[in-house]
Design a protein around this ligand. Structure first.
Ligand SMILES: [Zn+2]
Length: 92
């Protein structure tokens, strides 16, 4: 019999994007016609973020914003950064 801890193995599944787009549609949060970053990854579906208000949807599910100052602007900046990085990888 062995004593001690069994260390858990954690796998984080983070596939690369397979499709990257900018789309224009009416946002359900700010009710304006706005541009969205749209990133598709297998198993997780479309991840879209409104570039007007920062609200995002993951595979159609409404995602909450962080509870901090400038969370909408941070969400917009993160969406732009992720879109640029994903676009670079898809085009390679
Ligand atoms: Zn919006």
């Amino acid at each position: 019999m062995t004593s001690g801890w069994i260390s858990p193995t954690i796998h984080i599944h983070a596939p690369d994007a397979s499709l990257v787009e900018i789309v224009r549609r009416v946002c359900h949060d700010c009710s304006r016609r706005a541009y969205f970053t749209a990133i598709f990854t297998e198993w997780y579906g479309w991840d879209t973020t409104c570039l007007n208000c920062g609200r995002s949807w993951c595979d159609g599910e409404w995602m909450p914003l962080d509870f901090c100052r400038q969370s909408r602007q941070r969400s917009i900046d993160a969406a732009k950064r992720r879109w640029r990085n994903s676009r670079r990888k898809v085009n390679e």
